[in-house]
Every structure is written in structure tokens, then in C-alpha cells.
Design a protein around this ligand. Sequence first.
Ligand SMILES: [Fe+2]
Length: 206
Amino acid sequence: MRHSNPKHAPTSFESYLAESAEALSVALDERDSYTHVHCDRVSTLAVQLGMDCGLTQTELDLLHISARFHDIGKIGIPDHVLLKPGALNTEEWAMMKMHPVKGERLFRQTLHPQADNVADIIRHHHECFNGSGYPDNLAGSDIPFASRILLIADGYDAMSTSRPYHHGRSHHDIMDIMSAEEGIKTDPDLMKRFIRLIEHSPARAS
Ligand SMILES: [Fe+2]
């Protein structure tokens, strides 16, 4: 029997296409509900930072959808790696690092009106400002702006949350780590904004 979701009744053909991508989000929730919830929290924080940067509503919408789907490629990571209750070994880590590429491929196949733009942002959400990230070792302004925002929001949320293999860190511990990574991992100009913004954000850790 087919079930419809009246809460998501589309209002136009474009929104109908956008809604079709939601199936991927549900699939991620089925595989790994932590990552699904994490993506929603990252989205809130990323949009706050985007607003602080003065992004347009169109750019904020793109950032929002990219954040919600940034880890969608984890659908393609085997359970023994994705759900491992401990640190990953070298081989497992190499598999995990494939998730931005898998995510790009998945989202590009959707009918979402912004599929190509979102797919590019997803691919580069683990690029580091000094070029030491993955998958393409992009650096500085070669990294899409939205991907640089995502890296910061993603990092803060991941460190503030308790997982089977680590306790959530305090706000001050996280900021010590992130400050040391300015210009290495993160965009220093964005970090200046983030340091101000997070103090008054509902997402601030205790
Ligand atoms: Fe990720």
C-alpha cells in the first residue's frame, strides 16, 4: 500500500522536485540516525553563520539544503565502519573519507533544482583552508564559500556531541581546538565571525 505525506504537499513543480530529495534524508536516518540529527543541527548553525556573512536568501537556501545533506554519502559507508563504536584504523578511515565523493554523486542524481550546486558544496565540505583536506586538496578561496562555512559548523557540532568513543567537549575546549586550527583547517575570516556568533547561539555547548 502506498503512503503519501500530506504535510509535504508540493506547491509547485520546483518544490515537488526539491521534496523528492527528502527520500535520501529518510534513508540516512534509517542507516544512522545520529548523522541525520547531526546534519539538521549543523544546518541551523551554518545558516546562522551565513546570515552573519550577509548571504542573500537564495545563498542561504542553498547553504541550508547543502548542510542538511552534507553527510548523505555516509549511506554508502559499510556498517562496520560507519557504526564502529571506536576509533577507525587507517583502512577504515580511508573508507570513511570517501563520503563527500559518494554524497556528491548521490545528490547530483536527485531532481532537486539546485542538485549540481549542492553536490559541489557536499564534495568539498572536508577541504581544509591550507589545502590539507580531502578529496581534492583545495585551498583558500578555491573551496566553495558554503563548504568553508559547513566545515566550521560541522566541526563545532561534532566536538560538542557525545559519541560511543568520545564525550562531548565543553565550549571552551572546542574553541581552544578551533582557534589552533584557524588558517590551517578553517577560514580565519569566517572563524572571527563564528567566535562572536557562537557565544549567543542556542547551539553553544555548555
Ligand atoms: Fe562529513
